[in-house]
Design a protein around this ligand. Structure first.
Ligand SMILES: [Cu+2]
Length: 255
């Protein structure tokens, strides 16, 4: 009897703990980003620049399916610089729970001429992306995700697949058939996200007044953050500098 009671107590304790866990998780879900109308929103603008000695552009050898992919080397998109301005850096607010709505439409990345276009795409958390193949050759989509379910699938010539992403994450996608092909999917929990242009400029618009953590991330250089305060209807300025990671610098010194 004593054993039975202790088993019951044990079972009850586990059940209660599970309940606490579930309620805790649903509280997280409730605290998810809330999109709506923003009246008198402000903006955050600025530039992302490279700090240090500007490295030479790297090229990628195209050595397969050249009838479709071309014979010329491609410029690597791992770091696109114009002077010290960084193109394709992703600037985002990391701690906003309420603000404007996500844009409509499903994002897409195409594999065209054996290059992913665009190089970077944003997916709202819980949303899908269309992954297309406009080429006459087979490509493959290999996602290097940790939080979202990873995939590694062939996409037939002129075929397409769709994938859904449940968790905020920055996901590298490569093609195992053509090793020079790389793209990035940014799964965002909020729509405050911009990709820098060729001059390193970005703009986050429709931001409710408040103080936020703003992050600049670049695939080869990593990320930096800063606190930015936005006043209603006003434009706040935030410039970022990114430098080569310590590991990269050490590696360069060795050679
Ligand atoms: Cu490919």
């Amino acid at each position: 009897m004593g054993k039975f009671i202790s088993r019951c107590v044990c079972f009850l304790a586990i059940a209660m703990l599970s309940l606490v866990f579930l309620v805790g998780n649903s509280a997280d879900v409730l605290a998810a980003y809330e999109g709506g109308d923003v009246s008198n929103g402000g903006a955050i603008t600025g530039t992302v620049k490279f700090v240090g000695d500007v490295p030479a552009a790297k090229t990628l050898k195209v050595d397969k399916d050249q009838a479709t992919c071309g014979h010329d080397d491609l410029q690597s998109e791992a770091l696109i610089l114009s002077g010290d301005s960084i193109q394709n850096a992703v600037v985002s607010i990391t701690n906003i729970s309420k603000g404007k709505k996500f844009g409509a439409g499903t994002p897409a990345i195409d594999q065209k001429g054996c290059v992913f276009r665009p190089h970077i795409a944003m997916i709202p958390q819980g949303g899908s992306i269309d992954l297309l193949n406009s080429d006459d050759v087979m490509h493959n989509l290999h996602s290097w995700s940790m939080k979202n379910t990873a995939f590694n699938e062939g996409v037939a010539a002129h075929g397409n697949i769709s994938k859904t992403f449940e968790f905020p994450e920055t996901v590298k996608v490569t093609c195992d058939v053509h090793k020079w092909m790389t793209s990035w999917l940014i799964v965002q929990e909020n729509p405050y996200y911009a990709i820098t242009d060729a001059s390193g400029n970005y703009k986050l618009a429709g931001v409710p007044a408040g103080t936020y953590t703003v992050q600049a991330w670049q695939e080869s250089l990593g990320k930096v953050t800063q606190e930015v305060t936005v006043a209603a209807g006003a434009e706040a300025k935030a410039d970022f500098g990114l430098e080569k990671k310590e590991k990269e610098r050490r590696k360069r010194k060795k050679h």
